[in-house]
Write a protein that binds this ligand. Structure first.
Ligand SMILES: [Zn+2]
Length: 303
């Protein structure tokens, strides 16, 4: 049975707590406003994507990295245009403007984009994924074999969307993480990479305990890969965070009975979430902060 410090996150020396409230009456957020806070250092309204209430595009940490000629990447087990990766490379009044968001992500200069969503393309009059990738100057990978063989400066890796956004069976998140680090890290200007395990959210929405546990294990493996990479050199900042809580999962055990995992809700909660950090600048990510504070620190360190 794994306990707190047995997880890879137990190896990250600096820890803090993050409140995730959006710019609304409720303290319960969605991924778009929560990820926008991380990506831009600004608190926005529920479902807004790196855009303020006046319609201004908010510059993101990934865009700051691109301007400094660093290589960048966005990896998720959700559809590749889902709110968390999208907040780093696109701007929209709401997260639901998918066509606009896909176009912006592919115009963002991001060297690696990976996630689900294959079925969206080549249907309902939309161009095929080959056409979309080709027009934007991306090499395309749809399988583990294609991913291993793909060449080119920019890669779009798209797989079949998974129920509850758990790992792609053929290419799990730890594999994608290793692949992305190998591709981005040779850049002498540096790199900026966002890796997201969405199954922890998707399985929690479904109150599916086993898929949640599997997704946490996958996430922990990915953290271990990133941390081993960072520990082998002295110039990598690794931040491990959640952009919000979902499901309000509690671990119970009445005296004399078995341990029980009990879900409080199928929605997000207003719980604060932990942040863990390792490497240069990691000491900034301690104590209690808001999501936008984390974002401001992140952008400051990229610049
Ligand atoms: Zn969610």
């Amino acid at each position: 049975m794994l306990r707190g410090a047995d997880f890879q996150t137990g190896r990250l020396p600096y820890t803090g707590l993050v409140a995730t409230s959006p710019l609304d009456d409720s303290i319960v957020t969605d991924s778009a406003s929560a990820a926008t806070a991380f990506a831009t250092g600004v608190r926005v309204r529920y479902t807004a994507l790196s855009m303020d209430a006046a319609g201004n595009r908010l510059p993101t940490a990934l865009q700051a990295a691109e301007q400094l000629s660093k290589s960048t990447g966005l990896i998720t087990t959700a559809n590749f245009w889902d709110a968390t990766p999208a907040a780093f490379a696109a701007h929209a009044p709401t997260r639901y403007e998918t066509d606009l968001i896909v176009d912006q992500m592919l115009e963002s200069g991001t060297e690696i984009i990976a996630g689900g969503g294959l079925a969206r393309f080549g249907s309902e009059g939309r161009p095929t994924i080959d056409q979309v990738a080709g027009a934007a100057g991306y090499a395309l990978a749809r399988t583990a074999a294609e991913l291993a063989a793909v060449k080119g400066d920019r890669v779009l890796a798209v797989f079949d969307t998974q129920p509850q956004e758990i790992d792609f069976p053929e290419v799990r998140l730890p594999v994608l993480t290793r692949w992305a680090l190998d591709r981005l890290s040779p850049d002498p200007e540096g790199f900026f990479l966002v890796v997201e395990q969405e199954g922890t959210d998707g399985a929690s929405h479904a109150n599916h305990t086993q898929k949640f546990i599997d997704s946490m294990i996958s996430f922990d493996e990915a953290v271990g890969i990133a941390l081993d990479f960072a520990a082998a050199r002295n110039d990598v900042l690794l931040i491990v965070a959640a952009d919000h809580e979902c499901g309000g999962l509690q671990i119970h055990r009445e005296k004399g009975s078995e341990m029980e995992l009990v879900w409080a809700t199928k929605a997000h909660t207003g719980e604060a979430v932990p942040v863990f950090a390792y490497g240069p600048g990691a000491e900034q990510f301690v104590g209690f902060m808001n999501g936008e504070d984390l974002g401001r620190k992140l952008i400051g360190l990229v610049r």
